[in-house]
Ligand binder design. Structure first.
Ligand code: PLP
Length: 374
């Protein structure tokens, strides 16, 4: 198998541990291990202290699958399969679901593996392009027109990376209807679920919305525990899940034993864990609102409705975001992610607001903007 480089991950491989401030990270500030262990109930503490570091069950620890299932309305533990992060889940699922002769529709710009793996598997991929001028919204009429008799899979990422877009309920219901009419699987990448700015805006999970719906979840983003590398798929399509489980025998086989226990602790204490993440994001959004207000004549900003990232555009004529961001990280140690890393031609960049150093990072960016954009 030959696959195109994952541009964003290559960019992070260069900068993530070299730049002082990651003002484009998509995760929330990592949860301190000691604080997490302090949240453990008696049963989980016992499992942690008595843990033997052998292989684990390939489908995932039964208690972990039970906690994950409880995040959904219609999902049983047997409808859940765990992975090493969301990334492995996408890799296994898409390889099992599609190949040559199949058609896949994927929202774009977006997380590259959501369409690149399908292309590499030989599927015909149509990108459903989102646009700044209509708030990066899904266009249901256009989407309906993109469906063909060969469409096997529709992939959306809600809340969306990189724009922070979240459809309203009517649009989401329309999307579900299109997938159901097409008889296609609907993969809803929900790794930012739980970070809706208004809880009432949270959408039904893909796994609950339709029988061929598949929810993709992970500990990395809303739960602030990317280092655990625990992700999952949830779906009522057990036949599909069994085929994906068989594929996973060729990747990681089973999850990391310590990470499973830590994930059980975190999911049992999810109200506290999510409250911390939402508080970090809300405080940072206040600062970003003020910044983009002050700089409205230099940056276009579609305010996200959820998640920990957004996709503003530098509007100063003659200033390319790739050059501006390269000089910013060299002089101020602040990393942005230019839209070119998504293959996006506009002058956009991804900004992340899940990290606790955002006040300092934004201050440095503003100093640099005063020097270079006024
Ligand atoms: C939309 C989306 N899906 C999947 C992933 C993969 O998550 P993980 O790195 O935890 O495997 C990411 C990570 O940035 C993402 O943004």
């Amino acid at each position: 198998m030959r696959i195109t480089d994952f541009a964003l991950e290559r960019y992070f491989a260069r900068w993530e541990f070299a730049a002082r401030h990651l003002l484009c990270a998509s995760d929330v500030q990592g949860y301190p291990m000691a604080d997490l262990l302090a949240l453990a109930d008696d049963e989980a503490r016992g499992m942690w202290e008595g843990l033997q570091l052998g292989y684990t069950e390939s489908t995932g620890h039964p208690l972990l699958r039970r906690e994950i299932a409880s995040l959904y309305d219609s999902i049983e533990p047997d409808d859940v399969l765990t992975f090493a992060g969301a990334e492995e889940a996408v890799f296994c699922l898409v390889n099992v679901l599609v190949g040559s002769g199949d058609h896949v529709i994927v929202t774009w710009p977006g997380y590259q593996s959501l369409y690149e793996i399908a292309r590499t598997a030989g599927a015909d991929v149509t990108l459903h392009e989102l646009h700044e001028h209509d708030g990066w919204a899904l266009d249901l009429d256009r989407l309906r027109g993109q469906v063909t008799a060969a469409t096997r899979l529709i992939v959306v990422n809600l809340p969306h990376n990189p724009t922070g877009m979240l459809p309203d309920r009517a649009t989401y219901d329309g999307l579900v209807e299109i997938a159901a009419e097409a008889g296609a699987h609907l993969l809803v990448d929900e790794v930012y679920r739980g970070l809706e700015f208004a809880e009432a805006d949270r959408l039904p999970a893909g796994a609950d919305a339709l029988p061929l719906g598949v929810s993709l979840g992970v500990m990395s983003k809303a739960y602030a525990m990317a280092g655990l590398r625990i992700g999952w798929l949830a779906t009522r399509d057990r036949d599909l899940l069994a085929r994906v489980a068989a594929f996973k025998d060729y990747t990681t086989i089973c999850s990391s034993a310590p990470s499973e226990i830590l994930s059980i602790i975190a999911l049992r204490a999810r109200d506290q864990v999510l409250a911390r993440s939402r508080a970090i994001v809300a405080a940072n959004m206040d600062l970003l609102d003020a910044f983009f207000d002050d700089w409205a004549d230099r940056f276009e900003w579609v305010r996200p409705r959820a998640g920990s990232i957004g996709f503003p555009r530098l509007t100063v004529p003659g200033v390319r975001i790739d050059d501006w961001a390269a000089a910013l990280v060299e002089t101020e140690g602040v990393l942005l992610l230019p839209g070119s890393q998504f293959g996006h031609p506009g002058n956009h960049f991804r900004i992340g607001f899940g990290r606790t150093d955002l006040p300092e990072a934004l201050g440095r960016l503003e100093t640099y903007a005063e020097r270079t954009l006024r």
